[in-house]
Design a protein around this ligand. Structure first.
Ligand code: KIV
Length: 293
């Protein structure tokens, strides 16, 4: 009888197959779909998500292997110069989302439905989601709210558009909610759990949990068959998302505690702009090698 070496045993073959399918670090080159996200939850795999608002930045993240990109309405504060996400329009989201889709070939692109584009009801939600899918080419949309957005989620999903739900701190409700930790206290924790279960029951493929206690996010993660995507929600979520300008150190000002800064782009870009200005003022640029004759 042929003995299988450890490297050929069925278990190790399975492990190899699993790691080759990994959302981050796997071998796949085709565009990721929500079915891959569901399979990752079944494998117990963690994955990263970043926001992106333009084609060039998105292409960098795609090349780095980021499997899911969110064209978030955080673009309002981080890209478009608004104070909050509230003024962002569906036209702006469509323009940014189509750029991000053009800049990527592998990542699943999720487009945010902005404030005012789905709150009126399911039909409005479907109309807005359809625009992001048809005009921008996103693979899924995101909307805020669990129980309060149940009918919207159901109709959009039933119509063939995957929905990512967003619970906890929902920035489109800043005028009623402020920017505070959500889900603290027994009643608020129960409501968050009900919201998460209602999003799953309505057909959402994933749930963002923003600024909720880590213990509660862990409980929600254990209670759902769909993945949780944490932002300020502790390490036990299935995935983690950060706003790209925050984690790269491009956003100015005070950062929330949950942001880890991986680079200092604001410093790097400011220094480069000053070096260019000095060169121009001192007639050091353009040098002969930058000139044509
Ligand atoms: O708009 C956004 O970037 C978001 C993330 C913070 C989850 O909703």
């Amino acid at each position: 009888m042929t003995q299988l070496s450890a490297a050929q045993s069925p278990a190790s073959t399975e492990r190899r197959t699993d790691s080759s399918k990994a959302l981050y670090g796997g071998k796949g080159t085709r565009r990721i779909t929500v079915r891959d996200i569901t399979a990752a939850k079944e494998r117990g795999e963690k994955w990263p998500m970043l926001t992106a608002y333009d084609a060039m930045t998105a292409s960098v993240f795609d090349e780095a292997g980021i499997p899911v990109m969110l064209v978030g309405d955080s673009a309002g504060n981080c890209h478009l110069g608004y104070e909050t996400t509230v003024p962002v329009t569906l036209d702006e989201m469509t323009m940014m989302a189509s750029a991000v889709v053009r800049g990527t070939s592998r990542a699943l692109i999720v487009g945010d439905l902005p404030f005012g584009s789905y709150q009126e009801g399911p039909v409005q939600a479907l109309r807005s989601a359809t625009r992001l899918v048809k005009e921008a080419g996103v693979g899924a949309v995101k909307l805020e709210g669990g129980e309060r957005s149940l009918a919207q989620t159901e109709l959009v999903v039933r119509s063939g558009i995957p929905v990512m739900s967003h619970l906890g701190l929902t920035p489109q409700s800043v005028n009623t909610m402020g920017y505070r930790v959500q889900g603290r206290g027994e009643e608020a924790a129960h409501q968050l759990l009900r919201d998460a279960k209602s999003a799953e029951a309505a057909g959402a493929f994933a749930v963002v949990l923003e600024l909720v206690p880590a213990e509660l996010a862990a409980e929600v993660t254990r209670s759902l068959n769909i993945p949780t995507v944490g932002i300020g929600a502790g390490v036990d979520c299935d995935a983690q998302v950060l706003v790209w300008t925050d984690m790269m150190g491009l956003t100015g000002g005070r950062m929330p505690r949950f942001v880890k800064q991986y680079a200092d782009l604001r410093g790097v870009m400011g220094d480069a702009a000053k070096a260019f200005a000095e060169d121009v003022v001192g007639a050091a640029f353009p040098a002969p090698e930058h000139s044509v004759h």
